[in-house]
Design a protein around this ligand. Sequence first.
Ligand SMILES: Nc1ncnc2c1ncn2[C@@H]1O[C@H](COP(=O)(O)OP(=O)(O)OP(=O)(O)O)[C@@H](O)[C@H]1O
Length: 932
Amino acid sequence: MIGRSRTYRPSLWARIFLSESWKLVLSASSSDRIRLQLGADDDIPCLDVAEVSSSKALLWHTVEIRSKGRVDALSGLTAKSAQTLRDDLLAFVNQHLAELIDSDKERLREVDTKIRAITDSNQQYLAHADVSRAIASVPGNASFALAHPLFDANLIPATLRAYLPTSFSMLTDPAVRSRYNENFVVHEMQKFDGFFSNLGGFSLSQEQREACIRLEDNNLLVASAGSGKSATMVGKVAYVLEKGLYQPGEILVLAFNKSAADELKERIAKQLGIDEDALECRVTTFHALGRGIIEETEGKPPQLANWVEHPAGEARVIDKIIRELMDTNEEFKRLWIDLLSILPKADIPAEVFDSEADYNRYIADRNDQSGSTIGTLAEIYVRSLQEQRIANWLWVHSVEFEYEKQISFEEEDGSQRFVQPDFHYPLTDTFHEHFAINADGSSPFDNYLEHMQGKRAGYKREELDFFETTSAQARDGTLLQRLEAELVKRDIPLIEKSTEEILKAIEPVVITHYQKLIGVCIKHIRASQLTLEMLLERAKSLHDKPRAQHFARAVWLITQAYSRKLDEAKRIDFDSMIGDAVRLVETGRYQSPYSLILVDEFQDISDPRANLIKALKHQKPFTKVFAVGDDWQSIYRFAGSDITIFTQFEANFGACWQGRLEQTYRCNQLLADTAARFVQRNPAQITKTVRSTRAGIPRSIRVIPVTVEWRKPSFPAACFQLLERLDTFLESIAGQWRQQEGHKLKVLVLWRYNLLDPFGGQIPQFSNIEVTGLSFHRSKGLEADYTVLLDVSEGDYGVPSRIEDDELLNLVIPRPETYAYAEERRLFYVALTRASRGTFILCNRRKPSRYIRELCEIADDDVRFEAVDGKELDQCPRCLVGQMVERQGRNNTTFYGCNQFPECSHTQKTTRLSGEKICRQDRERPTTLQVK
Ligand SMILES: Nc1ncnc2c1ncn2[C@@H]1O[C@H](COP(=O)(O)OP(=O)(O)OP(=O)(O)O)[C@@H](O)[C@H]1O
């Protein structure tokens, strides 16, 4: 209880960043209001407060107070002070509620009668809001206070609590209400058995039925791939209307995109037996809803910028802004050229990676036994990203140099020692070593210091012109200044190449990568009103600080130009449109008709969209939210989605019922199990057990290594050959699957990046299969009998795509994911779970994806390695992704070695396929395709 006045302010350091500071006072002398100074003095009546929540923003925690007609965000708090402020606010409001109840105790009996009337009839599921709504219908202060959304019996004096009639336990004791509801669900399942047994042509599963019946204030249905989310959404709308719990116009169904909204609308109308035009429930997208709210309130539609409705529009406008800034802003030009030429990739310390192999994969552009694997603009390969930085800088400044030119020193004992200085500048015959030493003089490598001292002494003895740079300088951002100073000292001319020449040499993918990152950052910077200071502060926590600082400054300039462009044209983008709609709802200018809000694909929700749902929910008392999604399929981070809104649903929306849909109607049990275990290797994903209605098909995961010709494997050729083989095979067993004349099985050909599209718009026709081709992302929500996944190989643009997991995203994402390639793993999960009967995974024979190895670890013999013609390949028992191939030993002996050598040096005398089983379990396995 608040016995004296308390004052709260942002923490001292946060005040530096905040454009507007605030002060909040909880005063014992005015117990009916919260005193808040935010801009101007503004009190909030306790009875107006609907919600107090705290969340982590970019640099600090924020407490948000939602009350009638306003939302106040109190930023700049530490986690502890945010928690204290939230607790104190709830206690303060409840103290006032207790006073009101105490002043009107006689009414409590009437309230008791009201509660008994609704519980005794066992008519409906009872959420906290339903009980509160019944109480609120009794006039007077006591019922008003008891029905308040923040009323918490534990926070009122024990003497008053003792006074509450026993029926109040329905409101005050969650266990009592939960018992009532458990009982209700069992009875309702029986009562509505006929209804649920024929919904949209299906009989809903028990978990689907339960999800239809449950109606807490907040509900999260955690689904799995192919578990029938849409059928459940349709079922829920039909059920609540059947029971008359809501008027159709009170129901809002939100889908992720227009085609999903259209499909849901069609299915709901069909289920209700009415025309789509006659459907009174609102089934729509966030964008259409936002637009409608603005249009209805302001009498005219929002003026959207002309680029936002075109799929490539945003990328084009970012590109245009970059070109304009290059012409007009010298600071930007420097930053942008540096990012592209010198800082293309984050220099992450090796110890951050799980293994040395992972680190090598991250830095390498090519496989090379000599260890020089990283490409440079100077068209030589170097060994580390810091050396790449140096080589690229030298190239940009037209400095002639040699890399690792071999020279010899005479040692003190007269012997010759051969060394390869990192860089040699022939103009002045200067040698340059870049030493891997930290600021304190230590090195991460064994014997490195000794070796370094030997080199230093050698240069001195030979009286060679020598200078050194260090990793420490690369980390603190002084490396290139130091290099420049050394070259200038020696009068080596530095002639910067023209911008055109530099841009021409940059790989287009580097530019596209940065532009995509910029698109995500602009969204977050604008939505969370981040400042340059905040971005620079956040840059300090990244591994590659110089790169992060460069990027922060560049993206800040681009964001300002982007906002200016919108302001000048008096236009807004989608996120601002949603933001404007949120403000209209929060200030009460828009009156929401919705009491039940259903949200599909909730795993892809972004902050602005979540804010719109919260605003609608809090504006109309007793509104409920039912969100459906699959956290394993969250794949739209680049469009601003934040998976933590899903995984921390309660923190965002309040206490909730959480249900599961764990039965899949799509993937056979082998595919479902393997994919589930694969995605759950990231411990941050919600744990689920997926059961399939289709029995497992042995060896329904097939890996086809494609041979490298002319440096690249031909995936289109392999894909066509495979499709023909599949078509021929299905013809031979048509009797097992063909249901009617003309019936074909569906095949989805999927790829990570569109440049892999083997069809170029010309989909081949077959007699037994109907082929569709599209990207992993676009395949979401689709299903097929078979899938063919192209180029599941290691590489910057492979699977996982290394380029996507850039640490720069952590500059703007409030709650970054820590698991490596978390989103790429989910994306591969989406691709894997499109098939019901089987999947063919095509990979570069030299660089199979690490994910293939993981699938082998999980599914063991059920992953079959085969050639594109179907011939089984002998899989290496050690590395799991290589194949045993015949090799010639000394003395003309023959043996079998793994084709992944030198990464895997496994050898054996015979091939498993010749009869001898080497390691894998000796089980009988089908070797041809199977159809079930
Ligand atoms: N109760 C049911 N009985 C039989 N089949 C069902 C049932 N519910 C859904 N299905 C079928 O299961 C398949 C998957 O359903 P749906 O596409 O809605 O799943 P989803 O959960 O949205 O999948 P994903 O998230 O992977 O896109 C569909 O073919 C659908 O017709």
